[in-house]
Design a protein around this ligand. Structure first.
Ligand SMILES: C/C(=C\CNc1ncnc2c1ncn2[C@@H]1O[C@H](COP(=O)(O)O)[C@@H](O)[C@H]1O)CO
Length: 249
């Protein structure tokens, strides 16, 4: 972490670092002149989409890799993420991550070491962090929702390694969009059976058995510890993967 914080074109140091992030300001309920500011924010939001589309539109087929920002380099999943990214590049995919530390860094490192395109979609946070050193194409976002659109729009599938709230958010956003037919078949892999097994048991025996999710939708997810299987599940670069047997998507 450094003593500065970037906010789009603006750099903040010292006391200025305490200014709210752009997301925080947008979501604040009772700013004094919100009625005047919020309409203008739309332009900034719009520019974020334009910049993202512009930077990513010429990217080849890609897979997004998600996971903890906190996994250190000696964590076994760091190595797994590197191997998965390498496998994706060898197969012809670019790799997209959140551009931060931990599993994201490992994904970018694996992609770069394998000679592939290594994309980082960074997010403005209250503390300066910057994109990890293995990102070859980076785009910084102020708004989580704009950034999330980019992951989905420019990926052919998601591979999710162990992580916390951020990772769970990205996972469930994708599953909701698939389940509701907003994206057509889009493979999702949960990598790490020890880590994800408990969640999948709960989803199967509590959520699905309770009738809150259709049983066929459980097949939207591949749970594995196998790097090759995770890469394989993403399909052929440029050709969407076929839906799993029994799934209607
Ligand atoms: C918490 C730390 C750094 C945070 N930096 C992040 N940079 C980029 N993207 C991030 C960051 N934190 C979360 N994300 C997104 O959520 C996922 C990881 O979140 P989790 O809660 O750690 O599972 C990740 O895939 C990102 O897209 C400390 O250094």
């Amino acid at each position: 972490m450094t003593d500065k914080r970037r906010q789009g074109a603006v750099t903040r140091r010292g006391r200025e670092r305490n200014a709210p992030t752009t997301d925080e300001a947008l979501l604040a309920k009772n700013g004094p002149d919100w009625m005047h500011n919020d309409p203008w924010r739309v332009l900034r939001i719009q520019s974020e989409f334009v910049e993202g589309f512009e930077a990513l539109s010429s990217l080849g087929p890609a897979v997004s890799l998600f996971g903890s920002a906190r996994a250190r380099q000696d964590h076994p999943m760091y190595r797994s993420a590197e191997r998965i990214a390498r496998g994706l590049v060898d197969k012809g995919f670019a790799v997209i991550t959140g551009g931060g530390p931990g599993i994201m860094e490992a994904g970018n490192k694996g992609a770069t070491d394998a000679g592939g395109d290594s994309v980082g979609l960074g997010i403005e946070l209250p503390f300066e962090q910057g994109l990890n050193q293995y990102v070859s194409l980076g785009v910084d976002f102020r708004y989580f929702f704009a950034r999330k659109t980019m992951f989905l729009k420019y990926s052919q599938g998601f591979i999710t390694l162990p992580g916390g709230f951020g990772t769970l958010d990205e996972l469930f956003e994708a599953l909701t969009l698939i389940q509701t037919g907003k994206v057509t078949h889009f493979p999702v892999v949960l990598f790490g059976t020890d880590y994800w097994g408990g969640l999948m048991d709960w989803v199967t025996h509590t959520v699905a058995d309770g009738g809150f999710v259709a049983e066929k939708d459980l097949r939207l997810v591949t749970l594995t510890d196998d790097v090759e299987e995770a890469v394989e599940a993403m399909g052929i670069p440029g050709a969407p993967a076929t839906a799993p047997e029994g799934s209607e998507r």
